[in-house]
Design a protein around this ligand. Sequence first.
Ligand code: ADP
Length: 628
Amino acid sequence: MVPSFPGTNTPFLLMSETTIEKHTFQAEIQQLLDLVVHSLYTDKEIFLRELISNASDSMEKLRHVEATEKDIHEPTLPLEIHITTDAEAKTLTISDAGIGMTREELVKNLGTIAHSGTKAFLKNMKDSGSTPGNMIGQFGVGFYSAFMVADEVKVHTRSWRAEGEELVWISDGKTGYEIEESPGQSRGVKIVIHLKEELSEYTEETRLRHLIETYSNFVGFPIVLNGKRINEVEALWLKNKSEISEDEYKAFYQFTGKAFDAPAYRLHFSADAPIAINALVFAPAENPERMGFGKVDGGVSLYSKKVLIDANPKGLLPDWMRFMKGVVDSADLPLNISRETMQDSALVKKLGEVISKRVIKMLEKEAEADPAKYRGFYLKFDRFFKEGIATDYANRKSLAKLLRFESSLTDAGTLCGFTDYVSRAKDGQESIYYLVGGSREQVESSPYVEAFKARGLEVIYFTDAVDEYVVESLGEFDGKKLVSIRHGGVELEDHAPEGDALSEEKTTELCEFLKAELGDRVTAVASGKRLVESPVIALVPTDGMSPQMRQMMKAMDENFKDEIKVELEINPRHPLVKKLSEAKDANPDLAKLVALQLLDNALIAAGLLEDARDTVSRMNTLMEKAMG
Ligand code: ADP
């Protein structure tokens, strides 16, 4: 029987009697390596950032271990990252004094994919066929990026644990790796990269120095290149605003956010009460979830007095804020807080509350100061705010101020917000009127809008598929109820009538006639004040679904059936209605046809007609009659 390695299905062969183990990579790792080596061609240089970041992570972990464990191997090793080059041997070596790895950890960490994010990354790369090198770090393929430049990688390591072994992991990044003993290795990891023939540039000191300064300047440990210290270890978030240049802010954003763009907005503040906070957070310019990468992880890390507590702290910020990047440092936070207790910590909760409030306020101010810039930002990030309104009760009201939309009073393409709406509202106007539809054109041409336009009442046009749900979650703004004008029951003031109307008596008779002809298809027929130019309008009951919601229900459930019943409102001033009133006595057959057709027309205008077969044949009959 071929023995397999503990905790894996990887069989290993004992090549020599004691020391060499041969392993094959898990299938996914082979796929990953293939992608990394062949597809991410253009962004080769990021391998250095990835390996430095792993070294730094490992030393951060060591600090945590130090807080709780006594028996640490080589406890006095300085926590530094050393990089050395050897042009002749074509090697680049990166070493740290972090937690290192045991034999089991080598196999688990460098031979299998545990990270679900990495699997998602792989799938995405395959599906889209694209090569977004700037995404690589976010999905935990970091270490394997070494194979973009190497034809062989050796990972020498010694775990912090007293009983650890001195080992080396060796691979050409093709099918598998070997693990051997590496006598003399000190605690941590030393990665020796043997560069590919054509990539000797990565032994040039100036090239490496530039890369480190570009990507790794804010790493929290000294980086020493061939004996010379490179980076400034500086907690920018603790410095005074006036001492930080725009370029430094940008570099810091790119470093913490693993980003390549410039941030759209930033918030840098400190507070002492109710808790000590130093925060430096950024809103990026690009939304990664729009590039087809699915939900991203949170990008704001939690520190306590410059020591990283958690790079992706759950429960700190509300989920919808996951697009934000940066650092939050609180000196009040105990260093040994664990990931598990973090979610329940009242302190972490309070921190999150303070920060999310400040971020929303900051965005509100920025939007006011430069609406054009905010418009561009909003069009990329609006879904996060909408998600927040639906899920984050505490911030719902303030988030509503960040929403933008078009309305009956804006030009196409111009956005406004609820605050603008309220400032323009008529005296005594208790409601905010809106209509949800597929596009501005569709909403604007619907008969619902007429009556509001005629009275000078502004109607908000919501055109995003999720808007209906969002507005319903919101319910009101600034004490004014949000009212869909698609529904019956909207009270409008009388509007100065234009032209002669049918008498009240005749109107009542006509309504009765229509109700009798249309039967169950309508809940009621009444004369209304809404209409100006259309003869009739179909109103959806307040508890009824909008056409968008119906479409969604149908898409989800093919058996979905919901009989549409509408309330028909007629316009007693419209010539067609007046003629129909005469025709119902003079030519009842024609009047019946027209009644049915009027209802269908109203349903079409409302986007509610489901089956048009009867409509078309009736229309033909009507045309025949019209032509005698
Ligand atoms: P990630 O760092 O995103 O988890 P990587 O592919 O870069 O993914 O690394 C895989 C794992 O290998 C890490 O999670 C870590 O456990 C281990 N590892 C990598 N580099 C080091 C290092 N320098 N010291 C200790 N462990 C490391």
